[in-house]
Design a protein around this ligand. Structure first.
Ligand SMILES: NC(=O)C1=CN([C@@H]2O[C@H](COP(=O)(O)OP(=O)(O)OC[C@H]3O[C@@H](n4cnc5c(N)ncnc54)[C@H](O)[C@@H]3O)[C@@H](O)[C@H]2O)C=CC1
Ligand SMILES: O=C(CO)COP(=O)(O)O
Length: 331
């Protein structure tokens, strides 16, 4: 793997959460030259399997990545701390981190795509509320599946924060020819974009399951439109929806065999269960909240809410979208 600068990297970086994505992040950060500790809960199936075999379904971990179940050790030993757990767990997990008393002066990076279901809050807001606003926090989002990266297929991703110096410092430490990072310019947009692409992924899976895959182009056009309206109302830049965190992630979600959200949607309309984490389900709840808070109509999201939480028939509900009054494309 080639880096962008000649600088020898050797920072202590900890990754908290050893699921599909957290384990990949640890693999990648080690590969670009850092000293990595990967933390998991002592009794988690993922942690136990990694401890016993150093493998999961996607990759093998090099020997020089330290596996630990001590949160204190993982947090106190690192300057940069990356978190990748399920989004709905972030608030309680951040409170746990706060109680460790070792977090001042560290940079946290959230590698997760979701919104708090009950409040509609963005994950950096949730994290800030739990640990205090003076902690540096960034997000790392955009397209990419572990299965592709470990086969050396590169992709572009985005890192964003409220502080451009923090963003640049992280990108400098992590950029490589496997992941080309862009500096995010709109934290609200990157977080809303990343979370909501999962919602469109569930819709795409439903279309696949109903043999309506040819509608996915329209879903892309109308999905981005409704979310860009929401983003503008929230104070973000509506153009960000067309960037890496959202539209740029559609291939990896709406069209990918690997996407959990797409598979969830497909399984649901086919009457099957999909047990892995599909973050878009909780994000649909969060969007219902945001739609009310900001008085923005979200027709596709609303249809998904009715299917997921009000037991409406998927085919009828999606077809009802076609009965809405005719309107201008960009009104
Ligand atoms: N391209 C990208 O940026 C990708 C991002 N993701 C995101 O990464 C996040 C994690 O997804 P996956 O790794 O697929 O999920 P996963 O289910 O494989 O892993 C989640 C991990 O979080 C841990 N966890 C859950 N609750 C916890 C708690 N309270 N305290 C500590 N650990 C806890 C679980 O034990 C598990 O190891 C999601 O938000 C997902 O959207 C996932 C894949 C690609
Ligand atoms: O975020 C992802 C790809 O960029 C992973 O998507 P899924 O969670 O739907 O698998």
């Amino acid at each position: 793997m080639k880096m962008n600068s000649e600088k020898v990297r050797f920072m202590n970086i900890s990754v908290l959460g050893c699921g599909r994505w957290g384990t990949f992040i640890a693999w990648y950060v080690n590969k670009v030259g850092h000293n990595v500790t990967l933390w998991g809960r002592e009794h988690s199936i993922n942690y136990i399997r990694l401890k016993e075999t150093r493998k999961n379904d996607y990759l093998s971990l090099p020997e020089d990545i330290e596996l630990s179940n001590s949160l204190y050790k993982a947090v106190s030993s690192a300057k940069i701390i990356i978190i990748s757990i399920s989004a709905q767990e972030l608030r309680s997990f951040a409170c746990q981190l706060n109680s460790i008393n070792e977090i001042q002066g560290k940079t946290f990076i959230l590698c997760m795509k979701g919104l708090e279901a009950t409040s509609g809050k963005r994950l950096s807001q949730v994290f800030g509320e739990a640990v205090g606003k003076n902690i540096d926090v960034a997000v790392w989002v955009g397209p990419g599946h572990v299965q592709d990266f470990v086969n050396n297929i590169p992709n572009c991703m985005v890192i964003g924060s409220e502080n451009i110096e923090t963003t640049k410092k992280i990108v400098q430490e992590l950029n490589s020819d496997l992941i080309r990072f862009y500096y995010g310019q709109d934290l609200i947009g990157n977080e809303i974009g990343a979370a909501t692409k999962n919602v469109m992924g569930i819709a795409a899976g439903m279309l696949d399951g109903l043999n309506y895959s040819s509608l996915k182009g329209s879903l892309m056009a109308r999905g981005t439109r409704e979310l860009s309206r929401l983003l503008r109302a929230m104070g973000g830049n509506d153009l960000t929806i067309y960037g890496l965190s959202h539209l740029g992630d559609y291939e990896a979600t709406l069209f990918s065999m690997h996407s959990h959200n797409r598979k969830f949607g497909q399984a649901l309309v086919q009457g099957e269960r999909f047990e892995k984490l599909a973050e878009g389900v909780s994000t649909v709840r969060a969007l219902r909240e945001l739609s009310k808070q900001y008085d923005v109509e979200l027709p596709i999201t609303n249809a998904l809410y009715e299917i997921l939480f009000e037991n409406k028939n998927a085919k009828d509900t999606l077809e009802d979208l076609f009965l809405r009054p005719v309107k201008f494309e960009f009104q």
